[in-house]
Unconditional design. Structure first.
Ligand SMILES: Cc1cc2nc3c(=O)[nH]c(=O)nc-3n(C[C@H](O)[C@H](O)[C@H](O)COP(=O)(O)OP(=O)(O)OC[C@H]3O[C@@H](n4cnc5c(N)ncnc54)[C@H](O)[C@@H]3O)c2cc1C
Ligand code: SF4
Length: 515
């Protein structure tokens, strides 16, 4: 049996296509793809619906402007309600994996233990997840990227941490025959990245998956606490507008794999929120960055975007949130994204781009008792509203991260750092670092961004405080599952994709049993 992929123009309006299936999966990213391949392999009839387009290597032209437009949610301009946090999130067949920077970590044991202790999630420990991780690591070629292959941007982390005596380690990446080009965020032009469209979705299509790309699910229809239909609309790829062609799928089991933010929003639009918990505990790993200028060329736009990290500060003691350190690629659009100045100041900053190394502090949100992250809700017109307050402990974490990133840059030989505040602080020596304490880190006082959206459909055993059970099944609608990063009750303290792959691999049996 072999499957089929419908893309936008295949469904022309005004028509209504009706389909039935065993499982309908909404979303084709890290969670949806791994799940789909396993279900098709078990002989089930699976339909997958993805609002983004189906692109492959020949579509990826290394151009940031094209990539943001085609491959990111809201054309790369998604943000929280006050525009204080920029949200980079994928939107194409493959979801975030088409554009992600390929960093892979298994879920830290301490996080799984926290989920058990604080959120009551049993049966999800490192040993249970091990065979699932081993399987995805094999399929996706997840392996360590050697220190020798790291670009100069990442070597700043290596050099700085070694001089300071901090923890530092090479990262694992899901690549095969990677050309070290540095363009992961624009879609891999040589298919070295083992993204979902190239791996699990291809496997699933070969085994019989029916995939509708350029098709947005508008509503999940329920009756007597059962999903009875999924209502979707075909989209015109260029304008993003609905073409008038409709798709109605009547599945035995429905799965939301739309990712954090969109997944909770779909449940809210469908009126599926019996305990009011949908959209709550949305986590972002909020990021502050610090560019450092070096005399030598860094050229952070070339080479694997991330290859070295430091987990020196993941545990800062009671009452404090931890953070971890990674690098950011330094392409022009992403550079201007972070830079808050205009005109001549921006021109001067861009003129130094090739000599800039950008290091990031990613805050581990959701672990402190007072930290329940942000909230996804709907505006009156149905559009998504993301609210994420910067509480005092978070501002303190941003400041501490900046202090440590400045120490790192100085140790690695930076000539100067320029913070991204509206009124920047220039740091040239250790004595300048203390001046960071006079800067503010609230919303819109310093650029914050996220590429790791998690939570919003939190997992847990309690029907009143969580959305799905530890087996991903909705507490109130037994033929609805959520399989993506939205089920995490906290953030992870590591990049999330491999946890999502592993949990989706584990969820295959649970979903199949419900058919
Ligand atoms: C620039 C960038 C870099 C990143 N780098 C890394 C990294 O190096 N390592 C790492 O671990 N993680 C990284 N991530 C994050 C990682 O890719 C995501 O955490 C992961 O892909 C999330 O998986 P998911 O299954 O939850 O959702 P996604 O992968 O986001 O998939 C959800 C899919 O559902 C679709 N969808 C949503 N709503 C609907 C609807 N109503 N109808 C139909 N389809 C819908 C979306 O278009 C999307 O394709 C990065 C992300 C970005 C954006
Ligand atoms: S760095 Fe490797 S995986 Fe990323 S785009 Fe280049 S070749 Fe592809």
């Amino acid at each position: 049996m072999s499957g089929k992929c419908y893309i936008g123009p295949d469904l022309q309006g005004p028509t209504t296509l009706k389909e039935t299936c065993d499982v309908c999966i909404i979303g084709s990213g890290a969670g949806g793809a791994v799940l789909a391949a396993g279900l098709v392999e078990r002989g089930l009839k699976v339909i997958m619906i993805e609002e983004g387009g189906y692109y492959t290597k020949d579509d990826f032209d290394l151009n940031e402007a094209h990539a943001f437009d085609k491959l990111y949610q809201d054309r790369g301009l998604r943000a929280t309600a006050e525009l204080g946090i920029s949200i980079l999130q994928g939107r194409s067949v493959g979801g975030g994996t088409t554009v992600n920077w390929t960093t892979c970590f298994r879920t830290p044991d301490r996080i799984l233990k926290h989920w058990e202790r604080v959120h009551g999630i049993e049966g999800l420990d490192s040993e249970t997840l091990r065979p699932h991780f081993e399987s995805v690591e094999k399929r996706l070629g997840i392996a360590e990227w050697p220190f020798e292959s790291a670009n100069a941007n990442n070597k700043v982390i290596l050099d700085g941490c070694r001089k300071l005596g901090w923890d530092v380690a090479p990262l694992k990446r899901n690549v095969r025959s990677c050309a070290n080009s540095g363009y992961c965020g624009m879609g891999c032009p040589v298919s070295a990245k083992q993204a979902m469209h190239k791996t699990y979705i291809q496997d699933a299509l070969e085994a019989g998956l029916l995939l509708f790309a350029d098709t947005r699910v508008k509503r999940i229809e329920t009756k007597n606490n059962r999903v009875v239909a999924i209502h979707a609309q075909a989209l015109d790829r260029e304008s993003g507008k609905e073409t008038g062609a409709k798709l109605i799928v009547e599945p035995k089991v429905a799965v939301s794999s739309c990712g954090a933010i969109n997944g909770p929003a779909l449940l809210l639009r469908s009126g599926i929120n019996p305990n009011g918990r949908v959209g709550k505990r949305t986590m972002l790993h909020p990021v502050v960055g610090l560019p450092g200028i070096y005399d030598k060329p860094i050229r952070g736009f070339y080479g694997a975007p991330q290859s070295i990290s430091s987990h020196q500060f993941v545990d800062r003691g009671e009452g404090k949130a931890g953070f971890f350190i990674e690098a950011s690629p330094v392409h022009p659009v992403i550079g201007t994204f972070a830079f808050s100045g205009f005109g001549a100041a921006q021109r001067d900053f861009m003129a130094t781009l090739a000599h800039n190394a950008v290091v990031l502090g990613l805050t581990i949100d959701g672990l402190l008792p007072e930290d329940d992250g942000g909230t996804v809700s709907l505006r009156a017109d149905g559009r998504i509203h993301v609210d994420y307050p910067i509480r005092p402990f978070m501002a303190e974490t941003f400041l501490e991260a900046h202090i440590r990133l400045a120490e790192l840059h100085l140790a690695a030989g930076a000539r100067e750092m320029r913070t991204l505040h509206t009124e920047p602080l220039f740091i040239r020596s250790t004595s300048d670092i203390e001046k960071l304490r006079d800067k503010s880190y609230g919303l819109l006082e310093h650029p914050i961004f996220t590429a790791h959206q998690m939570g919003g459909c939190a997992m847990g055993p309690d029907k009143e405080t969580s959305v799905v059970g530890p087996n991903h099944q909705h507490h109130h609608i037994p033929n609805l599952f959520v399989v993506d990063g939205s089920v995490f009750p906290t953030s992870l303290g590591v990049n999330p994709s491999q946890t999502i792959y592993g949990m989706a691999h584990r969820a295959r049996d649970f979903v199949a049993e419900a058919v």
